[in-house]
Design a protein around this ligand. Sequence first.
Ligand code: NAD
Length: 445
Amino acid sequence: MSEPSTENLDPVIMSEQQFTQAACYIKDLKKGLIDFLKKPKRITIVNFPIEMDDGSVQSIQGYRVLHNQVFGPGKGGMRYHPDVTMEEVVSLAKLMTWKCALVNIPFGGAKGGVVCNTKGLSESELRRITRRFTTELADNIGPHTDIPAPDLYTNAQTMAWIFDTYDMLHPGKNNRPVVTGKPVEMGGSLGRNEATGNGVCHVTERFLSKSLIPEQQTIAGASVVIQGFGNVGAVTADAFSRKGAKILAVSDSAGGVYHEDGLNFEELMAFKAEHGTVVGMPNTMTITNEEILELECDILIPAALSNQIHAANAYNIKARLVVEAANNPTTPDADKILCERGIYLLPDIIVNAGGVTVSYFEWVQNQDNQRWDLDEVNTRLEKIMHKVMDTVFDRWQRYVVGEEVVADEDLVKLAGAEKPLFRSIALSIAIERVASATLMRGIWP
Ligand code: NAD
């Protein structure tokens, strides 16, 4: 097993490194504008007390970061996790700006988090935390300012509580678009719950069809390993199974399960529902969350936490292709190592953009009190995901064959990026769009 990474895992530093690598491919970026785009527009930090079920009181800290609103209101998930930090939320808010710009939806980037361990909380404690957090955020969120969605350890129920609290504070208005990922009965979009995982599948399918991996041009027959079996991981497993992939292993916070002939999705779901984990499923071998990443497979999909593939284990990855369903699962050092080793990596900014895309569909439906049918949602999603993959791939290929050359050789040296990464190319497209729109709007006053 690998040693822990000794890299600097500060999320702000890592997102700066990614930005620097992307800057190599951006022409005519004004220095002051780069500095502005690196920073969030607003950081809200709130502290509040919560009365627990046993009568004790706990102090809770929460964050909401709005990175950029050039294309529209901020958009981004709310995560509840004991390891949430302001730096992490800032870097994820930035990622949302680039993601929305890349898929061409009229949102900016935002993210939120509450430092708590949902596993130790009752439903009523979670509801009180969510309502109080929403109240403390006040008008820092809103249908036209900043729109939360589910993320790690939050779900449609969390969004229902945020909506209800916001609606009580702003009576007499259509407040449904204040959050997305709501329960369908409350204005949630059909297909939103599955959107991120389905998007992972669409992007992978499109990438494979480009024949960069000649022996694996379709999902059918691919052996797949997925770290994380929550919303994104489970839907991804289902989508890949339906396309004929063999799911060799999946994991959750308790560990993972492996079977060389493949795991059955329905059996995994049933076991997880009954036991709260996939670990212990009959006829499977138990493995750790570190071991799962190093399994021999065609496609490795991290779908849980950040920094899972790092400098210390990147040399042990045996997959042909890494598909980032989670946000920031790969460190910049690991990115370079995988690239040197000829392992392709599709970055989070493309891969998991299906979630925010259908969140946008939900927001549009809510504005008009409309309900699109599932086919319409899924067809639109697939088209957008394919287009994003094509756009990034085309530009990447132009650099690879030399039709385009890097804007600044010094920047390339600084970034240490010998070959273009899909991440850097995708980021460069997004950053260019945001920078150009900022100038087009005209810098006020
Ligand atoms: P979730 O809470 O539904 O699931 C998280 C999963 O990670 C669970 O299976 C959990 O057991 C597992 N996990 C927790 N700690 C782990 C550990 N130490 N090792 C391995 N697995 C562990 O969350 P989700 O919505 O599925 O989000 C997963 C990732 O996808 C996150 O990085 C999130 O930011 C990203 N993402 C989610 C969406 C969305 O629409 N939900 C959209 C874009 C990106």
